[in-house]
Design a protein around this ligand. Structure first.
Ligand code: PEP
Ligand code: MG
Length: 883
């Protein structure tokens, strides 16, 4: 087996696409060598060796040593030195390099190959004794720490003592002899700590370092990093051994990092920093202030320190050529590291550069215009979820923040405002032009107006599909939900956390993208829907097959959705239309009614409101389909709760408070989410659905007449488990339609369909499709009922489940494709078997989640529906899914 891949001198054994075997760094070093760029010669020991080493009790494959020897010999020839040679010593770096970049997580050793003899050779070669002994002491310290387990501080202490005794302040105050002296002390320290000397044999040094890098794959830091970034432990790391080049060999030496375009704006400018007479780690460590690369960026920054373009014009020109070549070759923005040793440029690394969403968009579009990539590639390169950054205000990354709590990142965007504890007050203060953050233990439909008035919503209870989260996303309000450490006291209107108490009116900031809650106001950056955004969206639209609709019920949401490119409404939750102060009395009367007549009386008052709602919705969505779901919520959401509310209602209805209280108790449920909701309401109280059907059909007729264009509403029945439920309710709706026909002489077109949101409905979709003209997957309820976990209060243990890897992610956020997904697939297949042209969509929260959207494409759904602010994300994700 080939375990070792050499590179350098314009050729390499490996290539860029061998990153699984060579790691990212090794693969790109090979590729740069193949491109003829100046790369210090070296070799990569493959990730397979790492796996073997860790599996076989830290032993290597038999043939590895011979391959390493041969590769070292190649480097010796290339650089004209000898590993361990006293007059022309070859020094090497030993670095890790996994498939995915894991910055700073694993170990590195520099200057390897120095000992009491070779240090003299380095002195002779560089003509600089100070440099030679400084390098040697750095090596002893680094190697001892990484390989031998002798901690840094032992050495730092010795350096401090030496400085103090001599009255030195800076490392640069030390003379060559001081460094030599210190090297002696360092070696004694190692002997003292380990009972054996610092290894002088360069082969021992090399194998010690290789073993340490492989072992660092399983150190705690690396394990944690992998868990946070979903990197499998089985990948292993490669080891890169490479001839050292020195950026600290005098004033004609330097080291730097650069991006081929600006990673924060995407602008096509060469962007980066460098330091004269320094080693790579010095730039990263931030000890000295680095200088600009180009003269222009120096001028823009108003800096006096000369740029690389000015100090090293020739090397700079060479670097410019290299970066252009790299970008053209990789066809992506590169993040590069380089060193200049005594006037000669060396490339140490290249990789795709990390960038902001804004930069990603600009770079992708520019690269299409430059002919570097095609539109499909541009579409693939943008992370759909990152578009959120462009649609909402975000916290200024440079701003200071005082984090007091963390919850779930329930709805993106950042918001600052005064805290208030009830929705009426939120509305009043917002009406006075104040910014408010509505703070609730959890929200209910009664809070809609307060949520709407607030800039952001903060709750201490509830998950990613809790009421607060769903509604906030729909409205585009920032929301942090389930911040369990908050103690909310409604009575005193205070919020306590970490021993501090915040009163009503104090300012907090929430970041719905990270879940952070901060005290005080934090600076923000406002969104900018630039032309590039629109351009990318139009490319996505050309590619995607699935349609994208929005979940919307208010005119504002519907308008926002259309602005973001929604192609209709996939879910209008009618219960959200009933909480308006003007209507709530009639709604409560309808719910509490003991007789059908009483109920009809209440419904008659609601009918004109509902019809008005739908007229507005149809007008905004003119020419597009609108799916209206009949009443779904648990009854208790409408019930008056406090004595005051009951008294008020009794007075409004002219009823006995005691009687009302009794009726409310009768309707109380222990498990409302699984109780009297959805089509069960329609079955028990058919008058409700009849009123809604009438409102929908009359509104459709009116808007059709007005626009001269047929509005075809899609009437959707929720929480169906059996075909019989649908059959009964469908008959009622048809009866309403024919009554309207008798009254007006007009036929109104409409579709009747159902949500598939219970496992039984998915399994019996074949029967249900006989009645239903469309299915919309309600994956919120389907997830809840398939797992048997509550959407409202699973927050308390979900974190443990995700943390322990029992669930890969929160199944309410990203569809469980294996389990819940299988039910979706079954229902789609069985539905299509019965009715070949059945229209299929999804309207659960997963309709806006990119990986779930990919799943929907594979099942062949006709559309996804999501909250308005996620429409652009879904358009892009649907395009990616189609590629
Ligand atoms: C669902 O259950 O997925 C759904 C869209 O309906 P709701 O969230 O209103 O229950
Ligand atoms: Mg549902």
């Amino acid at each position: 087996t080939k375990w070792v891949y050499s590179f350098g001198d314009g050729k390499a054994d490996g290539t860029a696409d061998m990153r699984n075997l060579l790691g990212g760094k090794g693969a790109n070093l090979a590729e740069m060598s193949n491109l003829g760029l100046p790369v210090p010669s070296g070799f990569t020991i493959t990730t397979e060796v790492c796996t073997e080493y860790l599996e076989n009790n830290e032993t290597y494959p038999d043939t590895l040593a011979a391959q390493v020897d041969a590769a070292i010999a190649d480097i010796e020839v290339s650089v004209g030195g000898g590993f361990g040679s006293a007059d022309k010593p070859l020094l090497v770096s030993v670095r890790s390099g996994a498939r995915a970049s894991m910055p700073g997580m694993m170990d590195t050793v520099l200057n390897l190959g120095l000992n009491d003899e070779t240090v003299k050779g380095l002195e002779a070669q560089s003509g600089d004794k100070r440099f030679a002994y400084d390098s040697y002491r750095r090596f002893i310290q680094m190697y001892s720490d990484v390989v031998l387990g002798v901690d840094h501080y032992h050495f730092e202490e010795l350096l401090e003592i030496l400085k103090e005794e001599n009255g030195y302040h800076l490392d640069t105050d030390l003379s060559a002899d001081d460094w030599e002296n210190l090297v002696g002390q360092y070696k004694e320290k190692v002997q003292e700590e380990l009972g054996r000397p610092f290894p002088q044999d360069v082969q021992d040094q090399l194998w010690g370092a290789i073993g340490a890098v492989f072992s660092s794959w399983t150190n705690q830091r690396a394990i944690t990093y992998r868990r946070l970034h979903d990197i499998p432990a089985s990948w292993g790391t490669a080891v890169n051994v490479q001839a050292m080049v020195f950026g600290n060999m005098g004033d004609d030496s330097a080291t730097g990092v650069a991006f081929t375009r600006d990673p924060s704006t995407g602008q096509k400018i060469f962007y980066g920093e460098f330091l004269v007479n320094a080693q790579g780690e010095d730039v990263v460590a931030g000890i000295r202030t680095p200088q600009n690369l180009t003269k222009q960026s120096r001028l823009d920054a108003g800096s006096e320190a000369p740029s690389m373009e000015e100090v090293f014009p020739d090397v700079f020109a060479q670097l410019v050529e290299v970066y252009k070549k790299l970008e053209a070759h990789y066809r992506d923005m590169q993040d590069i590291e380089f060193t200049v040793q005594q006037g000669k440029l060396w490339m140490l690394q290249t990789r795709s550069g990390k960038r902001t969403a804004k930069a990603a968009l600009k770079i992708a579009i520019d690269m299409v215009n430059e002919g570097l990539i095609d539109k499909n590639e541009a579409i693939k390169r943008i992370d759909p979820a990152s578009l959120d950054q462009l649609l909402h205000p975000t916290l200024d990354p440079a701003a200071e923040r005082n984090v007091i709590a963390r919850g779930l990142p329930a709805s993106p965007g950042a918001a600052s405002g005064q805290i208030v504890f009830n929705s009426d007050e939120a509305e009043t203060l917002a009406g006075e032009g104040k910014s408010v953050i509505l703070v609730r233990v959890e929200t209910s439909p009664e809070d809609i107006h307060g949520m709407h008035a607030a800039k952001g919503i903060l709750t201490s209870r509830g998950g990613m599909t809790s009421h607060a989260a769903v509604v906030a996303r729909g409205m585009g309000r920032a929301c942090v939900s389930g911040a369990g450490s908050l103690n909310i006291d409604y009575k005193n209107e205070t919020l306590s956390v970490l021993g501090e108490t915040y009163k009503k009116g104090e300012t907090v900031t929430i970041d719905g993208g990270s879940g952070e809650v901060m005290h005080g106001a934090v600076d923000m950056i406002m969104p900018e829907l630039s032309g590039e955004f629109g351009e990318l969206m139009s490319w996505a639209d050309e590619i995607r097959r699935m349609k994208v609709r929005a979940n919307a019920e208010t005119p504002l949401d519907a308008e926002t959705a259309r602005k973001f490119g929604a192609e209709g409404v996939g879910l209008c939750r009618t219960e959200h239309m009933f909480f308006d102060a003007e209507r709530i009395v009639s709604v409560r009367q309808m719910i509490l009614a003991e007789t059908s007549e009483e109920r009809r009386e209440a419904l008659a008052k609601l009918l004109p409101y509902q019809r008005g709602d739908f007229i507005e919705l149809f007008r905004i969505m003119a020419g597009l389909p609108v799916t209206i779901r009949l009443l779904d919520p648990p009854l208790h959401e409408f019930l008056p709760k406090t004595d005051e509310e009951i008294d008020e209602l009794a007075e409004a209805l002219g009823a006995e408070p005691a009687k009302l209280r009794h009726r409310a108790l009768q309707l109380h449920e222990f498990n409302p989410m699984l109780g009297h909701r959805g089509c069960r309401l329609g079955i028990s109280f058919p008058e409700i659905y009849e009123m809604q059907a009438r409102a929908i059909l009359e509104a459709a007729a009116e808007v059709s007449k007005e626009l001269g264009d047929t509005v075809i509403p899609e009437i959707m029945i929720p929480l169906v488990a059996t075909d019989r439920e649908l059959e009964i309710l469908k008959d009622k709706i048809k009866a309403v339609a024919s009554a309207i026909h008798d009254e007006t002489g007009k036929d109104i077109e409409y579709l009747i369909g159902t949500m598939i949101e219970l496992p039984r409905a998915a399994l019996r979709a074949g029967d249900i499709a006989r009645e239903a003209e469309f299915f919309s997957f309600g994956t919120n309820d389907l997830t809840q009922t398939t797992y048997g976990i509550s959407r409202d209060d699973s927050g308390s243990f979900l974190e443990d489940y995700v943390g322990q890897g029992i669930y890969e992610t929160d199944p309410f956020v990203s569809l469980d494709q294996e389990g819940v997904g299988e039910l979706v697939q079954i229902a789609a297949d069985r539905g299509r078997e019965t009715r070949a042209d059945i229209k299929l969509g999804i309207c659960g929260e997963h309709g806006g989640d990119p990986s779930s959207i990919d799943f929907c494409e594979r099942v062949g759904l006709d559309y996804v529906s999501c909250s308005p602010y996620r429409v652009p994300i879904a358009r892009l994700a649907a395009a990616q899914a189609a590629l």
